[in-house]
Design a protein around this ligand. Structure first.
Ligand SMILES: [Zn+2]
Length: 379
């Protein structure tokens, strides 16, 4: 099996991943180079079960996958202001977020390489996804979460038997605590931000959207961006499809950030090549995208520029209004997901698209994970 990895910063290549899956030379992020031109045959695909594993030509050889049933998520029409868009209902995946795609591939890989225990830090959804897939894989997971993480997400983690470490302070404090633990124990770091196999799983979202559109790429895809896992998964997936000759051009990728956690927006609009962390962190209702800066910031900026995409920021009231608007159309998503609604409305000014252009919006996390509406007494 091909297992080659390359550093995105210094270009070093390696066949085996270290326990801390960063470049041993420069600590930069690694990417998976095993398959970059998947030879999909649509007629073969049509005979396969409707799960992300149907794209096996693009995935590493992991034996029997660690699976909880990662079915193809619905792509449904939604009227958003003056534009009709398609929403990709990733919140319907097994643990209620798109992170299941990455967790399934990552845990399959770890199990196949004989790993029995691992650690992760997360604002909640990645921890919940990795905990469920670790449980399925028979791998013991320890998850470091900010103390402020929604109770439903914490319950998702602890019920699997994973060890939960609640860390006071903002998101980056959970990472700091995890790094101390890694230094002390030498544990395997199953990071959704750093482990290159996580993004390989997220790539299947791009394949699925394209297949659902009849092997035609959309004009644009709009997604929430904190660490940029969705954006990068989509970018790499669409690049694979273009290299394989399946699509002629890449969709324009649109990142939506909270105005209170806007490091990518600042770097993009300043023309920077790297994303500088924004401190101090300010709490946002979009807790899933509240990070000082992405680990793979340079590639996030490249993905936005190479696809002629853009970044928009939205404010807190608009996020909550967006959550309500989506729910009133039947889509019950968490505030982090709901940023796409005000993001779409703002996009009309930033990056006008022709009428009729196919725009896909990613709905990332389930509303039951962090309900924002207060419970009102009966009148
Ligand atoms: Zn390096």
């Amino acid at each position: 099996m091909s297992r080659s990895f390359a550093c995105e910063v210094c270009g070093a290549t390696l066949d085996q991943l270290p326990r801390d899956p960063r470049c041993p030379d420069c600590r930069g992020p690694l990417s998976y180079q095993g398959v970059t031109t998947p030879e999909f045959v649509p007629t073969d695909l049509a005979r396969r079960p409707p799960t992300m594993w149907r794209y096996r030509e693009a995935l590493p050889e992991v034996g029997t996958p660690v699976s909880l049933g990662e079915f193809m998520t619905p792509l449904l029409p939604l009227q958003a202001g003056s534009r009709q868009v398609l929403v990709k209902c990733e919140y319907q995946l097994p643990t209620g977020s798109y992170k299941d795609r990455g967790a399934a591939v990552l845990m399959s890989y770890l199990r196949q390489t004989g790993v029995r225990a691992a650690v992760e830090d997360s604002s909640g959804n990645a921890g919940a996804a990795l905990a469920a897939y670790a449980a399925r894989a028979g791998i013991h997971l320890r998850v470091f979460c900010p103390d402020s993480t929604a109770g439903a997400k914490l319950a998702q983690i602890t019920l699997t038997g994973a060890a939960l470490e609640r860390v006071p302070g903002p998101r980056q404090e959970a990472t700091r605590a995890l790094r101390e633990y890694l230094a002390r124990t030498g544990a395997v770091y199953a990071s959704h931000l750093w482990h290159p196999l996580f993004l390989v799983g997220v790539k299947t979202m791009a394949f699925e959207i394209t297949e659902q559109l009849g092997w035609v790429a959309p004009a644009a895809v709009v997604c929430p961006v904190g660490a940029g896992s969705i954006l990068l998964g989509l970018y790499r997936g669409f690049c694979d499809l273009r290299r394989a000759g399946r699509i002629p051009r890449l969709p324009r990728l649109v990142a939506v950030q909270s105005g209170l956690a806007d490091a990518v927006y600042r770097a993009f609009t300043a023309g920077a090549e790297q994303v500088a962390p924004v401190f101090p962190s300010r709490p946002t209702v979009a807790s899933g995208i509240a990070l000082p800066a992405p680990a793979r910031g340079k590639e996030v900026l490249q993905a936005l520029r190479r696809t002629r995409g853009t970044v928009v920021t939205v404010d807190e009231d608009d996020i909550l209004s967006g959550q309500r608007a989506l729910a009133q159309a039947g889509f019950g998503v968490e505030p982090t997901s709901a940023v796409i609604w005000p993001g779409l409305l703002r996009l009309e000014h930033h990056m006008p698209l022709p009428a009729g252009a196919v725009v896909v919006c990613i709905l990332t996390g389930h509303g039951l994970k962090s309900p924002a509406e207060p419970v009102m007494p009966h009148p």
